[in-house]
Design a protein around this ligand. Structure first.
Ligand SMILES: C[S@@+](CC[C@H](N)C(=O)[O-])C[C@H]1O[C@@H](n2cnc3c(N)ncnc32)[C@H](O)[C@@H]1O
Length: 245
């Protein structure tokens, strides 16, 4: 199974345990004036829900290739498709948002498609949310999954150093990326379960995934005293570009 399509094997866990981006970061990359918005790689609709919760919510088209994920999206027009072939007319949308997903796309093809469907002056907002890797216990517990999946690959500061492919007429609105630190209260089982929602772990067989869950839970108990819940630090990084008028 390709790594990009592993999330649907645990779509319910993904939806329950992975948070969407912080609303402040979403507000910085998605103008309130946008009336038609594409949630690209919508997954189970975490971002779609956040957009629809806005006052005067726009029309949302949720584009997602995995039907097991897409089935959980509500309140939006659902389109089963990939970023590289958008089932949308030229210059038909005001904004595109993609959260924790850009690394799965063919950059050139996806950027060309986004440039095609955006109206002149439309915006592309990219977001990356994750447990904050600069907090040692968070990095250690998340590292249990990383090590089981890929060896001891260190986390990158994804998004901060990101550059959109050139030549498609986008102007960078965020030379200083948006960076929002926040926290979420989770039970210890939820934290260990979240570690098991990343693609590298989802590729493992069921017994190995169970072992990751138990090891993450144990490491959390070693590093963080007390009972449930635990305050888990997260970060959301955001970038925004405007399509040339
Ligand atoms: C980590 S999930 C992010 C889901 C959602 N945006 C969120 O923030 O929770 C990555 C999603 O990208 C989707 N995906 C993978 N390859 C894709 C592609 N080429 N085009 C569009 N979506 C893709 C996967 O199916 C998965 O739902």
């Amino acid at each position: 199974m390709p790594r990009a399509t592993t999330f649907g094997t645990r779509a319910a866990d993904y939806d329950r345990l992975r948070p969407g981006p912080h609303p402040d970061a979403l507000d910085r990359v998605l103008p309130a004036t946008a009336r038609t918005v594409v949630d690209l790689a919508a997954g189970t609709g975490l971002v779609t829900r956040a957009i629809l919760a806005r006052a005067d919510a726009p029309v949302v088209v949720a584009v997602e290739p995995d039907r097991r994920m897409l089935a959980r999206v509500t309140g939006a027009t659902a389109a089963c498709a990939v970023a590289e072939h958008l089932p949308l007319a030229d210059a038909s949308v005001d904004a595109v948002v993609a959260s924790s997903a850009w690394h799965w796309f063919d950059e050139q093809a996806a950027t060309a498609e986004i440039a095609r469907v955006l109206r002149p002056g439309g915006t592309l907002g990219l977001l990356w949310s994750r447990p904050d890797p600069t907090v040692p216990w968070v990095a250690e517990v998340r590292g249990v999954g990383r090590t089981a999946a890929d060896g001891a690959r260190p986390p990158t500061r994804r998004g901060l150093e990101f550059a959109l492919p050139g030549g498609f007429g986008f102007v960078d609105d965020t030379p200083e990326p948006v960076c929002v630190s926040w926290s979420r209260r989770m039970t210890r089982d939820e934290v260990a379960g979240m570690v098991c929602t990343y693609s590298g772990v989802l590729e493992l067989d069921a017994a190995a995934q169970d072992a990751v869950f138990r090891a993450a839970r144990e490491r959390l108990d070693e590093l963080v005293g007390g009972g449930d819940p635990v305050d888990v630090p997260f970060e959301t990084i955001g970038r925004r570009w405007t399509a040339s008028p």
